[in-house]
Design a protein around this ligand. Structure first.
Ligand code: ASP
Ligand code: MG
Length: 480
């Protein structure tokens, strides 16, 4: 009975209505892995829309090559040569007959020719602008979409590819961190894409970027193809958004740190957003925004086990067996301590400090104040810039600044966590029992998360202590 139910659920998961499926760069790595993805697309992808990442490592390569191209013009053909080799290696393995391979090679050379001109432009103007960075880094996705389309076509399937700027994926024009205009994009997609979807057709779209109304290529930030896919799913009114990855789904903790971590089968939008924000590296943090608005489900599917359950993100908040869903962490953070006497009682000082930091384009993750100190929680890479900005305030409203970088953030995530009695107490008892000291506690604006800081060296013990308190038998690596 249970088995039949499960089977039915599976069938429903792969039902016929159109889905947008995002394929991550981790799945597009090497010719053998790509071959298995292509097989999966060929047998399960008909009638669906695929949003692709660049082949694994290509975006990093395009970005580091900006410096190379700036420093030495003669390296530019070497850069594009490497890209050509990498894509042709896959194409030679998967595209037949020769005529198709020839056509693909010509298309690849054309794209690389344009990219080459962009790198020369950069070298000539002696400037790596945000505009050029975005156009150049968008090439990874363009190339992967072209490649997969050519492979599927050579198998006799009806595959097409459209570039975001040809089909009006409109953004707010912010380089490196754009947001899509859902209304305009929906309108454009319906016009341009409807004829290309349905039946046995397979449509490929490169993820990661869109275009401003003025036609400027703008990216959604690193890992932004997930967000592209959510935008496409909403714009096309898909049945569901699937994220194909080479991992099981969201876990109750990072399995590298906590071996007994388990899969989270169902999460709410808020929980998924908190976990993504935390650098769980499963989803781009903004992916749930568009999906939540339309109450569209997001399924994380493991391409290595495509029939496995995976994680489902939905608005139905399942009454969980466990109070918390996951223990997450982030090591990419630091605290800037602003020492000043009577902080708690001096009106305006917090505002002055926060405004100054925010005005230099830095996001403050959290703030905690005491009588003598304001502690700003920042991304590690923003620490120095924030310090310099604050040192520039005249008259200086503080006595001194301290930087704390040997810290890590631990977060526990679960719907309604902040309203349930005793959760924080259980957490802190768990870490105290492992002789881990809590440096700073922060309640974020979310109802689904509670954060606190520990010393970097205590991270593993802290995460394990909390995980075992809420999920299983006690295990404490620093005890005894
Ligand atoms: N290729 C882009 C990156 O590596 C976007 C993505 O893969 O989601 O950041
Ligand atoms: Mg990604």
């Amino acid at each position: 009975m249970k088995r039949a139910g499960l089977q039915q659920q599976r069938l429903k998961h792969w039902s016929n209505r159109m889905r947008v499926i995002k394929v991550g760069g981790g799945c597009l790595n090497g010719k053998k892995t790509i071959e298995s993805i292509v097989d999966l697309i060929a047998c399960r992808g008909k009638g669906h829309v695929f949003v692709l990442s660049a082949l694994h490592g290509i975006t990093d390569f395009l970005i580091t090559s900006l410096q190379t191209a700036l420093a030495d013009e003669t390296q530019i053909p070497v850069i594009t040569g490497k890209l050509k080799t990498r894509h042709l290696l896959v194409a030679r393995h998967l595209i037949q007959p020769k005529q198709n391979l020839k056509e693909y090679t010509r298309e690849l050379e054309k794209s690389l020719g344009k990219l080459e001109r962009l790198y020369y432009g950069l070298n000539f103007t002696r400037a790596i602008t945000p505009r050029l960075t975005d156009v150049i880094s968008s090439y990874g996705e363009r190339l992967s979409a072209q490649l997969l389309t050519a492979i599927l076509r050579s198998r006799g399937l009806s595959a097409t590819c459209r570039m975001p700027h040809e089909i009006g994926l409109i953004t707010d024009g912010k380089y490196g961190d754009a947001t899509a205009d859902l209304t305009k994009t929906s309108r454009h997609f319906k016009t341009h894409l409807s004829p290309l979807i349905g039946g046995d057709k397979i449509l490929f779209l490169p993820g990661f970027f869109g275009t401003s109304e003025e036609g400027e290529i703008t990216t959604f930030g690193r890992g932004g193809s997930d967000y592209s896919a959510a935008v496409a799913a909403v714009a096309l009114n898909a049945e569901r958004l699937d994220i194909w990855k080479d991992t099981e789904g969201f876990m109750s903790a990072d399995p590298r740190l906590v071996p007994e971590a388990r899969l989270i089968p169902v999460l709410s939008y808020e929980e998924a957003a908190e976990l993504a924000y935390f650098g769980a590296k499963i989803l781009h943090p903004r992916t749930v925004e568009p999906a939540r608005r339309r109450k569209m489900n997001i399924a994380i599917k493991n391409t290595l086990a495509p029939d496995a359950e995976g994680s489902l993100i939905t608005s139905r908040s399942a009454r969980p067996k466990h109070v918390i869903k996951s223990v997450a962490y982030d090591t990419d953070i630091g605290i800037l301590k602003v020492h000043a006497s009577g902080v708690g009682a001096r009106p305006g000082i917090l505002g002055e400090v926060a405004t100054c930091v925010a005005n230099s384009g830095i996001n403050i993750k959290s703030v905690v104040t005491s009588q003598t100190c304001i502690s700003l929680l920042l991304a590690r890479q923003d620490m120095e810039k924030a310090r310099q900005a604050l040192m520039g305030i005249r008259p200086r409203p503080f006595r001194k600044l301290d930087r704390l970088t040997d810290v890590a953030l631990i977060g526990i995530v679960g719907d309604g966590i902040q309203h349930r009695d005793g959760i924080a107490a259980r957490c802190f008892t768990a870490v105290a029992n492992c002789r881990v000291n809590v440096e700073m506690i922060s309640f974020g604006p979310s109802r689904a998360a509670l954060y606190f800081l520990v010393k970097r060296r205590d991270l593993e013990s802290g995460v394990n202590a909390i995980h075992s308190t809420f999920f299983s038998t006690p295990r404490c690596s620093r005890q005894g």
